[in-house]
Every structure is written in C-alpha cells, then in structure tokens.
Design a protein around this ligand. Structure first.
Ligand code: GCU
Length: 329
C-alpha cells in the first residue's frame, strides 16, 4: 500500500539528484579571457581583480585565465573565436563592437560628450545599459564597460590644425565612421591592427595614429611618433563581453558572481584611469613626447558633416539623441 508514495518520491528524487549532480559537474569552470592590452593597462588590472574576486567568491570553483597583450590576436579575432566557442570572454572597444551592433558607432561621433561627467552618465546609466544589450542576439553578452578617456592624434610631425593633416596616412580602428573622420580632415585612414602600429610608424607605412594617453605610452608609439595633439576628438569605451553560450549555460549563482565582480571591476578601473592618464603623459614626456594644446574649433567644424550622416540613419540617430539628452542632467 505504501508503494505509491514510495514510487512518487523516487520519481521526484531521481530528477532532483540528477540536477544537483550535473550542477556539481559544471560548477568547476575555467573561463578563458583574451585581450590586446598591456599587463600594465588599467583595464588588465581591473580584469585581474575581477578574476581574483570570481575565484574567491566561488570558493575556487570558478576561475578566469587571462591572455593579455594580443597573444590570441586582436579583438576582431578574439570576438570571432568567442562566437565559435574557442574562447569564453574578450574585450572590445566600442569601435570594435560596431560591426556586430551599429549602435556602438555612436561613440565615434566626434565631440558628442560635453564632458567626462556626461560620458560616465551615459556609459553607466540607462542609455549605456540599453546599449550593452545590443549584442545579445550576436552570440555574446556585454557585462562591463570601461572608460578610455579621449582619443587624440599623434604623429611624426606636429599637428596644430586639420590643415596639417592633409595627405597624412593615419591608423584608426577602421569603421565607416572612423574612416570618414580621417577623410574629413584631409588625411587617409589605414587599417592596421593595434599590435602592428609601432612597426608601421617606425617604417613610415603610416604618419600617425590616434589613441588615449595610456595606449600611446604603453605601446611605446611615443618612441616613433613624438607629437601628441590634444584634439580629443572621441571618447570610445572598452567592453568586457562573454559568449552567450557560456553565459546561458551557467547557473543563476554563477552569473551573479560574475555580474558582481564585473561591476566591481568597472568601479576599480574608473578609480585608476585618471591617475594612469597623468602617469602616461609624464612618462611619454620623459621619452621626448611633445603634447600640443590645440583649438578644437576647426576639428569640430571639419567633422560636423558626420552629425548629418547620423541624423539621416534612423538606427543610429536615436542613440545620438538619447546621448545628447543626457548632456545637462
Ligand atoms: C585603445 C582601446 C583598445 C583598442 C585600441 C586600438 O587602447 O582601449 O580597446 O583596441 O585602443 O586603438 O586598437
């Protein structure tokens, strides 16, 4: 007579046992994370801190192994590897995310942000959160955003105004928007991976490039392009992304551990950034760099046609309007 309840409890316990067993089996995971920045870069430091936190919070069951310095290739390659299941996580700048989700092109719009506070309000507020969801259907999920200051031009000869850029060959993270920036300034854009810019500058394949101060110094581009013009044309953040397959295959608990550690890494990275800019500037000067203060007006004017292009394209116009709406909050 007791068979029925016994059977019922057996039926119940078997799937339960199986679930807990399979959870235990997948609980121990090592996530592979590759990026193209130097180990001294504050994004690397923030990722390193995140990896430690994940390991601690999971009681050693979750680990993140970081492959820095482009040893697995540039973002183009690592994003593809992630989509193919060969890598779990990587870092891409907004420009590098643009081929997957056009919304990210908005960060290449010159002089879009009024100041640093406006930029951070966008990046870490509702607009930024919505932007981060744009890759979900592309096979990867954005889980952290990192500030990257402003990008400026640097070259072998001084650039004091757009007129000086006429005929120059400038390396960019090539996208339709960044290419147009260079063309509007009278120069021509060159598609060269981050890790090959030093040699390209040294051999005279290009005349200049553009980046923030930490990347200018840490890549040693300063040795081969001594003039850094502070035109600050764009503010392009970096994103930490994880393969959707990996993310969706995790338990809620595992996802919560990663989400919290990723959030903490954002805070830590922001704390380090400003100091890193000052430090890189000083170090670059010690190596002979000249920082040139310029009137941004001629750059702003030359680049203003990009705003008309964005207004004409509904898919990006809405993001531009959303960001502009955050300017005076
Ligand atoms: C910056 C940015 C990187 C990007 C690089 C580049 O350093 O942080 O994410 O890859 O610029 O210009 O390629």
């Amino acid at each position: 007579m007791k068979l029925k309840p016994l059977l019922a409890s057996l039926c119940l316990s078997v799937p339960l046992m199986m679930t807990s067993m399979s959870t235990a089996a997948v609980e121990k995971i090592t996530l592979k994370l590759a990026h193209n920045l130097d180990q001294e870069h504050v994004v690397h430091k923030a990722l390193d801190q995140m990896a430690k936190e994940i390991q601690e919070e999971s009681g050693g069951k979750m680990r993140v192994r970081i492959y820095p310095n482009g040893q697995m290739g540039g973002p183009r390659e690592t994003i593809e590897m992630m989509q193919n299941g060969a890598l779990d996580m990587t870092k891409g700048s907004a420009s590098e995310m643009e081929p997957f989700a056009s919304a990210f092109s908005v960060f290449s719009l010159p002089y879009l942000f009024k100041d640093d506070a406006h930029f951070k309000r966008v990046l870490y507020g509702p607009v930024g959160q919505e932007l981060m969801k744009q890759t979900d259907s592309k096979g990867f999920v954005a889980i952290a955003a990192y500030v990257a200051g402003t990008r400026s031009f640097y070259a072998k000869k001084p650039i004091n105004s757009p007129a000086d850029m006429k005929g120059m060959k400038i390396r960019v993270v090539s996208t339709p928007t960044t290419n147009k920036i260079i063309e509007l300034l009278g120069a021509s854009p060159a598609l060269i991976p981050f890790g090959e810019v030093y040699t390209a500058l040294q051999q005279g394949v290009i005349d200049g490039a553009e980046n923030n101060e930490p990347s200018y110094y840490q890549t040693r581009h300063v040795e081969v392009a001594k003039f850094y013009t502070e035109d600050q044309h764009t503010s392009v953040p970096d994103y930490l992304v994880i393969a959707s397959k990996v993310w969706n295959g995790m338990s809620d608990e595992q996802r919560a551990i990663i989400t919290k550690a990723a959030r903490n890494s954002e805070v830590y990275q922001q704390k380090l950034w400003d100091e890193e800019v000052t430090n890189s500037r000083n170090k670059a000067q010690e190596l002979g760099a000249t920082f040139i203060t310029v009137d941004k007006t001629p750059f702003r004017e030359a680049l203003s046609p990009l705003y008309d292009d964005f207004r004409k394209d509904a898919s990006v116009a809405e993001w531009m309007t959303k960001i502009e709406g955050e300017a005076n909050k």
